[in-house]
Design a protein around this ligand. Structure first.
Ligand SMILES: [Zn+2]
Length: 287
């Protein structure tokens, strides 16, 4: 554990709910199995959150993740059942202004993680695109920390999803990104570590707090139902690497007693990893 001067206070922010296809979220797990874990709607979609973290230390503020943001057409809102809520709403509820954020650390740059970094202030995205108006940055005083590989691959649109790395989310922040390579301390008491699988360049974020190490593993463990070895989103670029990354991560999380914050878990986003008596691992929620 870090010395106390490097300890961050932390709180989970709900940047809004959305829904994705259940098959997409659980990959090769058959519906006959995942439907016992969670319910789906008439379109086969499961309910998810976009959870973020606000970290504070000695007047310094760091945001982990930014959610989907608000640059969405009605059609897109309908497809993803996007709640009309952004991370800015969550921050304002606790009297934190976006201008006061010094650093944003994103696990990766898919739309549900990086969309909230920019906004058209509620104007119609189609009109904005037609008029050639760029979105503005939401956190004007923040640098945005991301792996260089994630940034390069996002710009190159290296994904099986053609609508997840969006230039309207990326171009406006291009002069604000701090590109890093591999595992390192990005601020005293905040480290990142590559967690390869969901994308080539995703990293997890490890925060020293008074309660112990808080870990934000991004889409390696999007919900409490993703501790199963084969339970990984069909959206993963490298499913076998996800399995290997998870096989290394879960025992370490259990042994170290890390406090996990799960990015898409709607019900119990905070928990610790515990080994099951019958084998495998589970998330034990902390409420
Ligand atoms: Zn993702």
């Amino acid at each position: 554990m870090a010395c106390m001067k490097d300890a961050w206070t932390w709180q989970v922010l709900n940047a809004g709910s959305f829904r994705l296809d259940g098959g997409g979220m659980f990959g090769i797990i058959p519906k006959s199995i995942w439907s016992r874990w969670t319910s789906s709607d008439e379109m086969n979609r499961v309910g998810l959150n976009t959870n973020c973290l606000l970290l504070e230390q000695a007047g310094r503020r760091v945001l982990v993740e930014a959610g989907c943001g608000d640059k969405w057409t009605e059609k897109e809102r309908d497809i993803y059942q996007l709640e009309r809520r952004s991370v800015v709403d969550a921050l304002r509820e606790i009297d934190v202004e976006p201008e006061s954020i010094d650093t944003v650390v994103t696990t990766h740059l898919h739309f549900d993680h990086a969309g909230g970094l920019t906004t058209w202030d509620g104007r119609d995205p189609k009109e904005m695109v037609a008029e050639g108006i760029s979105p503005r940055v939401v956190f004007p005083n923040a640098e945005i920390v991301v792996q260089r590989q994630e940034w390069d691959y996002a710009l190159a649109d290296r994904s099986t999803m053609t609508r997840t790395y969006l230039r309207t989310h990326l171009d406006p922040i291009a002069d604000r990104v701090r590109l890093i390579d591999g595992a390192q301390e990005v601020l005293p008491g905040i480290r990142v570590r590559p967690l390869v699988g969901h994308t080539w360049g995703m990293h997890g974020i490890f925060i020293e707090s008074a309660e112990g190490t808080v870990v934000f593993p991004g889409d390696l463990l999007p919900t409490v139902h993703h501790t199963h070895a084969s339970s990984s989103p069909a959206y993963d670029m490298l499913p076998f690497e996800t399995m290997q990354t998870k096989a290394a991560f879960l025992p370490e999380a259990a042994q170290e007693g890390w406090i996990l914050v799960l990015d898409h878990e709607p019900a119990t986003p905070v928990g610790r990893i515990s080994q099951r008596e019958r084998g495998g691992y589970e998330v034990v929620p902390i409420t």
